[in-house]
Ligand binder design. Structure first.
Ligand SMILES: C[S@@+](CC[C@H](N)C(=O)[O-])C[C@H]1O[C@@H](n2cnc3c(N)ncnc32)[C@H](O)[C@@H]1O
Length: 348
């Protein structure tokens, strides 16, 4: 199944080491919905879901990457402080960024923190053209390829550090992907991944909207063409109406604040949540059990206080304190970010 990749020098050094649809749980499925479900089933078999997934994310990632404010936020996500490891942890390490995305922000971070080499891949060749633009500073220290997390083209026990952020819940099989990531992690190496958790009111709402996006062409059009300007204009119109009716709040809320709260980053998040073809949900317990099954120990849940500039800023405490009752109600098991060490001897 597997052939090792990487430049010859790396290979010799490392050679010894080496349903889909969330749709309609509703029993009263309409004929139209049933058709969509069948279509999604066919899509999965043909692999066109992967194409749609990549196409969507390519569009979103390029916009993110080209906006300095957003890209800076993304590049800061992966750091030794977040991982709770030594400041020089990445120095000399051979790393994997699985499902790196078109702007390869985590690859950038690992290289900036001193990684010796980062291998990064995503579903298709769109990344081969776009990612190098963001990685100009690190020529020769990264290698890009195409592939799926469900069947990795790397040797067993190859990487010191394996990173996979926000990818597995978009893949056809979360646990097959996790098994592959576990396989290529060196004994003593670290695996860090993040996936969408299970449950919570926010996810129920998103599921409804995803369903609507599948079935309702008008809604599809609105979401596909949504811009920050439309959101800002909509909210401003509401405030103007309020002011016109003598409601003082309509006048008090500064219009500049509205522009900040409803920004481009927010529009990208809305499109991601509603348009991505697959959004699996898994609980922390299920994921931890799988990691243990693959021989991982020191399993820790990571958390961070996200530095959003927009409306999501109000949600940051819920992300950070994922176990607070309010966070559980809203986000269920939350955005599950796990770090684990592979059993066996080896340098960390
Ligand atoms: C939310 S983006 C995250 C990108 C990047 N890891 C980041 O943190 O910015 C999800 C990425 O997963 C990729 N993806 C989805 N299914 C995949 C699979 N089976 N194998 C590899 N990548 C996949 C998508 O193409 C997309 O780039």
């Amino acid at each position: 199944m597997l052939t090792a990749i990487g430049p010859a020098s790396m290979q010799s050094e490392q050679a010894q080491a080496g349903p889909a649809s969330q749709c309609l749980s509703n029993k009263k499925e309409t004929k139209v919905a049933a058709l969509f479900n069948r279509q999604r089933g066919n899509d999965i078999r043909r692999g066109s879901l992967e194409k749609r997934t990549r196409k969507l994310f390519h569009e979103l990632h390029v916009v993110q990457g080209d906006d300095p404010r957003i890209y800076q936020r993304l590049r800061k996500l992966l750091s030794p402080a977040y991982l709770n490891v030594a400041r020089n942890y990445f120095c000399g390490k051979v790393c994997l960024d699985a499902g790196c995305g078109s702007n390869a922000n985590a690859t950038y971070s690992m290289l900036a923190h001193g990684a010796r080499k980062v291998f990064a891949f995503d579903l298709d060749e769109t990344i081969l053209k776009s990612a190098p633009k963001y990685l100009r500073l690190f020529k020769g220290r990264y290698e890009l390829s195409t592939g799926t997390v469900l069947d990795l083209h790397y040797r067993d026990d190859f990487f010191d550090f394996v990173h996979c952020a926000g990818v597995l819940h978009h893949a056809r099989d979360v646990y097959q992907g996790l098994a592959e990531l576990a396989r290529v992690t060196k004994p003593g190496g670290l695996l860090v991944f993040s996936v969408y958790g299970k449950g919570g009111v926010a996810r129920e709402i998103t599921s409804l909207l995803r369903d609507k996006y599948d079935k309702d062409k008008e809604f599809q059009y609105v979401i596909d063409n949504l811009t920050e300007r439309q959101l800002q204009d909509g909210v401003t119109w509401i405030l103007d109406e309020m002011a016109g009716q003598g409601d003082s709040w309509g006048k008090k809320i500064p219009r500049g604040l509205i522009r900040r709260l409803f920004d481009k980053d927010l529009v990208l998040t809305i499109k991601d949540r509603i348009k991505a073809p697959i959004y699996h949900e898994d609980s922390e317990e299920e994921l931890v059990a799988a990691l243990k099954g693959h021989g991982f120990r020191k399993i820790e849940r990571l958390t961070r206080y996200p530095r959003y500039q927009n409306l999501r800023r109000f949600l940051s405490p819920l992300y950070y304190r994922y176990d607070h009752p309010l966070a559980r109600l809203f986000y269920g098991s939350g955005f599950v970010q796990l770090k684990a060490v592979k059993e066996g001897k080896g340098r960390r």
